[in-house]
Design a protein around this ligand. Structure first.
Ligand code: BTN
Length: 258
């Protein structure tokens, strides 16, 4: 336990009702997503946290690899949201990550649509949501969060050109436990806000650094360029094309055109 994590330490300091209250801790896992799927299928309660000190086969969005050696936060939460809550989860999760980073460090973070978390334009955290539907209802949902906490990203050639970490930005190490506890608390608060009928759209929109710029988006239907005009209530990007049409893009990968 090089980073000093343990189930007892994690649960002891939590100030949540259910988020992170049931913990599955592993020194190493291929991916917390696969383990979380198993525990979800076995009936794990909402908020169950699967956390690993390192992942050997972590995965990101769009089939990419996600590097999380020791010193990073790599976790998946089992959630059982309604369909409406599920559509806000991208916003809930990215807002909670940004807020947690800002609560425990003096750093400022932004969101790159739809849910990359950046510091000074470099990626510091990623979010992966996988859900299983039964008919119209959500059977379970896995919320995966990876944060580069105490990591020298320059030592990983695959990510060195675009990623950063909290320790790199701060010039000192950050407490994984402190960040984890803060994250569980802020996630639960935003999640319950949505459950109670509240709205996180405005707060999320304000943190999106992608808006009001010429961008290129890769998505299911190919690549397209346009002006990032806005986002709708489900978090989809509204892209103004050069011919004036407004294109709705539910999810994709953005490159800002300079
Ligand atoms: C992305 O930005 O592409 C999403 C990255 C998500 C990474 C996290 S780390 C914990 C969980 N387990 C995984 O294998 N992936 C997610």
């Amino acid at each position: 336990m090089a980073q000093g994590l343990s189930v007892a330490l994690i649960v002891e300091g939590l100030e949540t009702a259910f988020m992170g209250r049931h913990v599955r801790y592993y020194p190493s896992l291929p991916s917390t997503m696969d383990e979380a799927r198993q525990v979800a299928l076995a009936g794990a309660p909402e908020g169950t946290l699967v956390i690993a000190e390192e992942q050997t086969l972590g995965r990101g969005r769009l089939g990419r690899a996600w590097f999380s050696p020791q010193g990073c936060l790599a976790l998946s939460l089992v959630l059982r949201p309604s369909r409406r809550e599920l559509s806000s989860l991208v916003m809930v999760a990215s807002l909670a990550v940004v807020q947690s980073i800002e609560n425990i460090t003096p750093l400022r973070a932004q969101i790159k649509w739809p849910n990359d978390v950046l510091i000074k334009g470099r990626k510091v955290a990623g979010i992966l949501i996988e859900s299983a539907l039964r008919g119209d209802a959500v059977d379970y949902c896995l919320l995966g969060i990876g944060i580069n906490v105490n990591l020298d990203t320059t030592s990983i050639p695959e990510i060195a050109s675009f990623a950063t970490s909290l320790s790199q930005e701060l010039g000192r190490e950050v407490s994984l436990l402190g960040l984890l506890r803060t994250l569980m608390g802020t996630l639960e608060r935003y999640y319950l806000m949505v459950r109670g009928g509240g709205d996180v759209l405005d707060a999320w929109r304000q943190r999106l650094e992608t808006m009001g710029q010429w961008i290129k988006v890769s998505w299911d239907e190919g690549k397209v360029e346009g002006w990032a005009e806005s986002v709708d209530e489900e978090g989809a990007l509204l892209l103004r094309l050069r011919d004036g049409r407004l294109l709705r893009i539910p999810s994709g990968e953005v490159t800002v055109l300079r």
